[in-house]
Design a protein around this ligand. Structure first.
Ligand code: NAD
Ligand code: G3P
Length: 355
């Protein structure tokens, strides 16, 4: 059977949206990218360059940009939505007249909606009612993808065609797309890891070592999985690229915006100063607020997220918080094997011991 040219629409002119648009075009798709900024549209169409978000990246010349949702979405088979969570619903609502159930809609956004605690694919579902909905998540620093560093991501959807089409549209020699049918788990992993990336950036700026970073990443994984189970997700998904994979990269690299916000805080900036200096969205700042409120409501133990919340919003010094966390309750390493409650019970049963 002859292959048909696929039409891809990318909503969002940020660095990840731009890198994915370019990969799609290099793979032979007709790609149109929507953004609000007319000057950026003109630059992409004229110079094949996104001077605001990826200034040194040569965008594939077959990508055309536009400020018109009608132009970008008409005839699109696959729609990738790369818009910060705060604006995601409003952009989907604006796009809705040009969306149809045959299209595949995929969110790349790693955030949670404040008012509803919905993930972005759930917002897509609510706004459209369509079946072909998916997410992309994984250890995917956009600037490294732009450098053609070997990278892997995950497309997650309950719909087989959605997974297959995204793999066909985006896989290339430096970008490998794995499939998952646990959309909720994959998306939750992408949103939650931003919290711990801020904490890791802060720890790095405070001169904490590699042992500390490993402890933070591993305990973050335990905490994310605990929260995910309470939310009905499959904790096994957190062992994959969108869980441990994304957690490692975002907690290790100053290329991550969330890590950079943490670094700035560790260097003594206020939260407002850190966010302003970044000049882009670090989703973790809002996510930590939302997740702490949800964890309290659901009775989920999340000491790292709560500790970060107190540093960000209650003015607790990061070093004091680190000390408090180190002296927290005795706990279990892998609580799916030895439950946390069993460790606590054993301590109660044994009484105090001052050796
Ligand atoms: N940048 C990365 O390395 C990376 C990698 C993987 C996933 N992601 C995720 O993908 C999503 C998109 O990331 P990105 O880096 O491409 O872009 P971004 O998150 O930096 O968002 C920038 C884009 O969103 C647009 N935007 C912001 N507010 C808007 C509004 N109210 N209405 C319309 N457009 C608005 C901006 O104009 C710009 O085009 C993010 O949620 C991020 O978590 C990012
Ligand atoms: O720059 P960040 O912190 O939004 O992270 C980018 C990606 O999520 C990394 O996978």
């Amino acid at each position: 059977m002859a292959e048909q040219q696929i039409n891809v629409a990318v909503l969002g002119g940020g660095s990840f949206g731009t890198a994915l648009a370019s990969i799609g075009a290099a793979n032979g798709a007709r790609v149109r990218q929507w953004m609000r900024d007319e000057a950026l549209v003109a630059q992409i169409n004229r110079e094949h360059r996104n001077g605001r978000y990826l200034p040194d990246y040569a965008i594939h010349p077959a990508v055309t940009a536009s400020t018109s949702l009608a132009t970008v979405l008409s005839g699109a088979d696959l729609v990738l939505i790369a818009i910060p969570s705060k604006a995601f619903r409003s952009v989907v609502q604006a796009a809705r007249p040009w969306l149809s159930p045959e299209q595949i809609l995929v969110s790349t956004t790693k955030g949670i909606e404040a008012e509803s605690f919905l993930l972005m694919s759930q917002v897509l579902e609510e706004e459209t009612g369509f079946a072909r909905i998916g997410v992309i998540a994984g250890p995917n620093l956009a600037s490294e993808i732009a450098d053609q560093q070997l990278t892997a991501t995950v497309v997650a959807s309950a719909d087989t065609l959605t997974r297959t089409r995204v793999q066909q549209a985006l896989s290339c020699r430096y970008f490998r797309v794995y499939a998952s049918n646990d959309r909720h788990g994959v998306e939750l992993g992408g949103a939650l890891k931003n919290i711990y990336a801020i904490a890791a950036g802060m720890a790095a700026a405070l001169g904490m070592g590699e042992n500390t970073r490993s402890m933070l990443i591993t305990r973050a994984l335990a905490e994310m999985s605990r929260f995910a189970v309470a939310q009905g997700a499959n904790p096994m998904t957190f062992l994959g690229l969108s869980g441990v994979g994304d957690l490692i990269v975002t907690c290790s690299s100053p290329l991550s915006r969330n890590f950079r916000v943490g670094q700035a805080l560790g260097l003594g900036k206020t939260l407002d100063e850190a966010v302003e200096a970044l000049g882009q969205v670090a989703e973790g700042v809002n996510t930590v607020k939302l997740v702490c409120a949800k964890a309290e409501e659901a009775g989920v133990y999340m000491p790292l997220a709560e500790g970060l919340y107190r540093v960000l919003f209650d003015g607790v010094p990061a070093t004091d918080m680190a000390r408090m966390l180190m002296m927290g309750e005795q706990s279990s390493d892998v609580e799916f094997i030895l439950p946390r409650e069993d460790v606590q019970q054993a301590h109660r049963d044994s009484g105090g011991w001052h050796g």
